[in-house]
Design a protein around this ligand. Structure first.
Ligand SMILES: Nc1ncnc2c1ncn2[C@@H]1O[C@H](COP(=O)(O)OP(=O)(O)O)[C@@H](O)[C@H]1O
Ligand SMILES: [Mg+2]
Length: 466
């Protein structure tokens, strides 16, 4: 249907929710990964600095404790343990300076002093540039008695931190790799989250899309709270549409009904006149009139049937029914029409064949199929009616030896008011097969009409088995 397709194309496309969600989650993951790697880097740097400071401080304290005042001076005993402790920390250069009473007594006199002088043995740490390198210095103070006077002593012990910087750089790389790994792990997670979030939307769309074109029941699919307004609006729209449709169908049904009654009166009058008239000209006219009245009554009947089928298809209120019994009943009702043409209806039907559907729809469909078979068959021919279960379906087949489909594409004959080229003088409205197909479709079944081998037509009406 071109109309339907172009309607679908005109839907404005907004950016995909899922893609937007994935992008936003990934941006968030990237920021988190960056923060994480920075935190790891800074934290590890601080921790290694604290460890190295503790060792440096302990060494400076050791040196300060080894100082002894002796006759005429101070002895500084550099313990090998102190230096080996520092050597264990890597290939770093070490500088020291010992001040007593404000004078440098040994070491590098230009080693910068701390901004704030230490008290007692608690070391003060600071970083200063010295001899083309950044060095970390621990400063420890202590008080000595030299020649009976108190002399403040200050011990500075400095160390380059090249090894630590190398370790920090390596840690930085590892932290970046960790951040990257976190980000990569977030990609499938983001996809998964986006999928699970949009899943209810997909399910709802699928549930609505799966409905048949005539299914006008309200959408009862569970939808998340955010989608409720949409579902409510959709249901109210469906409700209004259903109201309009049923109004139209009621109108058709009433109109058909109101036409049929006066037509019947007209036909009766014409028949009476025909019986009383002896003039051949008038009789021929009256016969034409009766024929037209029949034709109109049949069309009105078909319209009524069609409206009923449309209405009941919307109700979608199915029950378990015995298709075998219904087929027998319809065949019995049409047997007189077949008898008038000396035709035989041969039934091959099981005792019971339970299917799911609506009695009125099935009856209308079977009546139209059989009516066609009888109508388009020559006198004295046989119409075979069979019913059987085939897979998940119950199938009623009506095969006749009539004039066949005359090469017309069967699908075209199913259209509304469409009659074949082979109809000749057989009366009809072209609505019969439309009714059959709509009834079958509404109940989840199918209908097929095809040319029969050896002449005639074969109609196949399928319904789901119960
Ligand atoms: N059993 C049949 N044999 C031959 N032609 C058929 C048969 N059933 C249907 N057709 C063709 O399909 C057309 C449509 O059928 P239908 O919708 O019942 O309309 P109508 O019977 O009122 O013409 C018919 O006009 C006829 O050409
Ligand atoms: Mg018909």
């Amino acid at each position: 249907m071109p109309g339907r397709d172009s309607g679908r194309e005109k839907v404005l496309r907004a950016p995909s929710l899922r893609r937007r969600l994935v992008v936003q989650l990934l941006v968030l993951a990237a920021v988190l990964a960056l923060v994480l790697s920075l935190a790891v880097q800074v934290g590890a740097g601080r921790a290694s600095q604290a460890t190295l400071d503790a060792v440096l401080g302990a060494a400076a304290q050791g040196m300060a404790e080894e100082m002894r005042a002796e006759e005429g001076g101070v002895v500084i005993d550099m313990q090998p343990a102190t230096l080996s402790m520092l050597a264990a920390m890597g290939e770093e250069r070490i500088f020291y300076r010992v001040d007593i009473g404000g004078l440098t007594v040994t070491g590098y006199g230009d080693l910068p002093l701390p901004g704030r002088l230490p008290t007692a043995l608690t070391p003060v740490f600071y970083t200063v540039p010295f001899r083309e390198a950044q060095i970390r210095v621990a400063a420890v103070a202590r008080s000595l008695r030299v020649d009976g006077r108190a002399a403040p002593a200050l011990v500075l012990l400095g160390q380059t931190r090249e090894g630590q910087e190398a370790i920090a750089a390596r840690l930085g790389l590892q932290a970046a790799a960790l951040g990257l790994a976190v980000f990569l792990a977030a990609i499938p997670l983001a996809l998964l989250v986006a999928r699970s979030l949009t899943r209810p939307i997909d399910l709802l769309a699928e549930a609505v899309g799966r409905r048949g074109p005539r299914d006008l029941r309200p959408v009862r699919h569970p939808a998340p709270r955010e989608l409720q307004p949409f579902v409510t609006a959709l249901n109210s729209f469906i409700g209004r549409l259903r109201g309009t449709l049923s109004q139209t169908e009621t109108f058709i049904a009433e109109a058909a009904h109101h036409i049929r009654t006066p037509l019947a009166v007209m036909r009766n009058e014409a028949e009476l006149a025909l019986r009383q008239s002896s003039e051949e000209d008038t009789r021929a006219r009256l016969r034409g009139l009766i024929r037209s009245a029949d034709d109109a009554a049949r069309s009105a009947g078909q319209l009524l049937d069609h409206a009923t089928v449309l209405y009941r298809a919307d109700q979608a209120d199915w029950a378990k029914l015995d298709l075998a019994a219904m087929t027998r009943a319809v065949a019995a009702r049409l047997a007189p029409a077949a008898g008038m043409k000396d035709m035989d209806l041969v039934l091959t039907i099981p005792a019971v064949l339970t299917c799911e559907g609506d009695a009125v729809l099935i009856e209308a469909a079977l009546r139209n199929i059989l009516d066609n078979a009888i109508k388009y068959s020559p006198p004295d021919s046989v119409v075979e009616v069979s019913a059987l279960a085939e897979g998940p379906m119950a199938v009623v087949t009506v095969a006749d030896r009539g004039r066949g489909l005359g090469g017309t594409e069967p699908d075209r004959l199913l259209r509304r008011f469409r009659r074949g080229d082979n109809v000749g003088d057989v009366m009809g409205s072209g609505l019969g097969l439309t009714i059959v197909e709509e009834a079958a479709g509404a109940m989840g079944g199918t209908f097929r009409l095809r040319a029969r081998q050896g002449g005639g037509a074969c109609a196949e009406f399928c319904l789901p088995l119960a």
